[in-house]
Design a protein around this ligand. Structure first.
Ligand code: ZN
Length: 238
C-alpha cells in the first residue's frame, strides 16, 4: 500500500510538528486532523478520489476534519464509538476493513484504536508517537490499559510505526519495548518517591522531575496520577 502523509499546521507541545494525516493508496485517509481549511484543501488536492476516512480516536487534532472532508467528497467515516455522530461505520477490535485490521488500544483514550496492514505497517495515532511519549490523562486515559495495549501491539510484531505525531519509525519493536520500559521505570520512580515520604502528585513530581519546565508541571502531575491509579487498580484486583 502506498503511504504518504500531510502534516497539519497545528504544531505544539503535545502535537510536536503537527498532526500527520496519512493517505493510503488513492482512496483512504487516516486521521484527517484538525478542521483547518488549508489542511483540508491540501488533503483533497492529493486525494481527489477519497472514499474512506479512518480515525484512531476522538481528540480535536485527529477527528474534526472528517466532517468537511465527508461533506466535500462523500467519503464514509470509519471510527471507534464516541468519536463523531457522523460516523458511517463503527469499528471493533479484530475486524479488517479495506486492508486495515482494527486493534483496540485503550489507554491514551478509552476508545483509541490502531490500524495494522498485513505488511506490518502500524498506524498508532496517539498511542505511540515518533518521538517522546504520549499523554495519559485520567479518567479517560488509563495507564494500566495503556501498558496492556502496548503489549498487544508488541505481540503483533509490526515492522514500521506511522504515528500521528513525529517521524515514521522502522524500529517498531524496539520503540514499543522502549515505551513499555519507560512507563515501568516511571512507575518504579513513583513507588520510590512514595517510599521516601512523597504523598501528593505534586510531591512526587518534585522528586521525579526536580527541574521541570513550570508549564509542564500540571501535565506531569496528571501522568503521575495515572500511575497512582494503576497501582491502586492492581492492589484492589489482587
Ligand atoms: Zn490524542
Amino acid at each position: 500500500m502506498n503511504i504518504r502523509s500531510i502534516t497539519a499546521p497545528n504544531p505544539g507541545p503535545f502535537t510536536l510538528d503537527g498532526t500527520r494525516t496519512y493517505l493510503l493508496g488513492d482512496s483512504i485517509i487516516l486521521d484527517p486532523g484538525p478542521a483547518i481549511e488549508s489542511h483540508i484543501d491540501a488533503i483533497l488536492a492529493e486525494m481527489p478520489r477519497v472514499r474512506s476516512i479512518f480515525i484512531t480516536h476522538r481528540h480535536g487534532d485527529h477527528a474534526p476534519a472528517a466532517l468537511p472532508l465527508k461533506e466535500r467528497s462523500g467519503a464514509q467515516i470509519i471510527a471507534p464509538p464516541g468519536v463523531l455522530d457522523a460516523t458511517d461505520r463503527i469499528v471493533s477490535d479484530g475486524e479488517v476493513i479495506e486492508g486495515l485490521e482494527v486493534i483496540a488500544t485503550p489507554g491514551h483514550t478509552a476508545e483509541h484504536v490502531c490500524y495494522l496492514t498485513s505488511a506490518g505497517d502500524l498506524f498508532t495515532g496517539d498511542t505511540i508517537l515518533g518521538s517522546g511519549t504520549t499523554t495519559i490523562f485520567p479518567p479517560d486515559g488509563n495507564m494500566r490499559d495503556y501498558i496492556a495495549s502496548l503489549r498487544r501491539l508488541r505481540a503483533r510484531e509490526p515492522k514500521r510505526i506511522w504515528p500521528a505525531h513525529g517521524p515514521t519509525r522502522d524500529d517498531a519493536l524496539a520503540l514499543i519495548d522502549e515505551y513499555i520500559a519507560h512507563r515501568l521505570q516511571r512507575e518504579q520512580q513513583v513507588i520510590a518517591a512514595m517510599a521516601g515520604g512523597a504523598r501528593t502528585p505534586a510531591d512526587i513530581r518534585r522528586v521525579i522531575y526536580p527541574d521541570l519546565d513550570p508549564r509542564l508541571e500540571r501535565a506531569a502531575e496528571i501522568q503521575i496520577t495515572a500511575h497512582l491509579e494503576k497501582l491502586r487498580e492492581e492492589e484492589s484486583s489482587k
